[in-house]
Design a protein around this ligand. Structure first.
Ligand code: ZN
Length: 71
């Protein structure tokens, strides 16, 4: 857990981690997914999907990544 995650958990409780783990970041190139939490981020009380460019995790190929919540 990094500083941001510790801070958010302290403010909002353990639900932050639970919810952040339900949010996945999928690589648009190979389909590899990581949870937002595992990538060192948080996502809480959010909805919808979003797209962001990047190459972190998975294959390392630059592509659009899709962030979505598990149903
Ligand atoms: Zn990939």
């Amino acid at each position: 857990m990094n500083r941001l995650q510790r801070l958010a958990t302290g403010m909002f409780g353990p639900g932050v981690e639970r919810e952040s783990r339900q949010w996945l970041v999928e690589c648009g190139h190979c389909g590899h997914t990581d949870s937002v939490w595992d990538l060192g981020g948080i996502r809480y009380k959010a909805s919808g999907t979003k797209r962001l460019p990047g190459r972190r995790g998975g294959c390392g190929h630059p592509s659009m990544r899709v962030v979505y919540r598990l149903p």
